[in-house]
Each structure stands twice: as structure tokens, then as C-alpha cells.
Write a protein that binds this ligand. Structure first.
Ligand code: ZN
Ligand code: ZN
Length: 141
């Protein structure tokens, strides 16, 4: 993990929301805090299942709408890998993903490209989405 990732992970959710001009509702604070503490690229269902005990009134729709607001505010990235189910990622720097076909785990790896060599002159890269598929050490036969 590089410096920016560490900075983001140790940041206070309230400060992050304020910096993006987003209102710090209770749901946003709790869901952003959850994402900052879970490196697992959770789905809406996962976030909902884990936070329901803390907020019994939390609906899946609220989780979804809150995540969408965080994505729109640029704090969270929505990624779709394999199954087509959206997952949510709070890292702000470009990175690639390793997707395990056994357990479904999604792991971050640094994304390194040599722009001067690989990207046509004049092309401005704003986003990258790279997924490598295979089996993690636990699932490998
Ligand atoms: Zn696995
Ligand atoms: Zn990621």
C-alpha cells in the first residue's frame, strides 16, 4: 500500500465527507467507516449484513443509496468483477485486483504502468480497471 492509501485509511470519515462537501449523515459515517476498516471490496449485501446489528433500521436500499452518494462524491469506487455484482472500494489510488475463482475474494495489488511506453501520446488516463483472475493460496489445488 502506498502513502495515499494509508492516509485515506487512517482518515476520519467525518473529515473525508466534509472535504467532499457531503453531509455527514449517520448512515454515511457508519458505512464509510466500515469501508475504511474492511479491505474486502464488500457488496451491498455484505455491508448490510454486517451493519444491520449496529443499525437495526438500516435497509438495503439505504445502504445502496448511501454507497451511491459516496461514489458520486468521489470517496468510493464501484467495481464490477466477474459475477456482475457491484463491490465497493474506498482506495483512492489506481490499483489492480486479483480475483479468486475459489472463494470469491478480491485482493488489491499495485497497478504499475509506464505511461511513456504504454499509453499513446496525448491520451489522459483518468481511471484504470484491471482484474487478474485465478486462485488464492488457500483455494489453489
Ligand atoms: Zn480463494
Ligand atoms: Zn481494490
Amino acid at each position: 500500500m502506498d502513502e495515499s492509501g494509508q492516509t485515506l485509511r487512517t482518515a476520519d470519515p467525518r473529515t473525508l465527507l466534509a472535504a467532499r462537501g457531503l453531509r455527514a449523515s449517520h448512515q454515511r459515517l457508519v458505512i464509510l467507516d466500515y469501508l475504511l476498516k474492511h479491505d474486502t471490496h464488500p457488496t451491498v449485501d455484505r455491508v448490510h449484513a454486517d451493519l444491520s446489528p449496529l443499525i437495526p433500521t438500516l435497509s438495503k436500499t439505504t445502504v445502496y443509496n448511501t454507497l451511491r452518494a459516496l461514489v458520486a462524491g468521489g470517496l468510493v469506487t464501484e467495481i464490477t468483477i466477474g459475477s456482475g455484482e457491484a463491490r465497493y472500494d474506498v482506495r483512492d489510488e489506481s490499483h489492480a485486483h486479483l480475483r479468486c475463482a475459489g472463494c470469491g475474494g478480491v485482493f488489491d495489488i499495485p497497478l504499475r504502468v509506464a505511461p511513456e511506453a504504454d499509453i499513446p501520446a496525448g491520451f489522459v488516463v483518468t481511471d484504470a480497471n484491471v482484474t487478474l483472475r485465478g486462485f488464492c493460496p488457500e483455494c489453489r489445488c
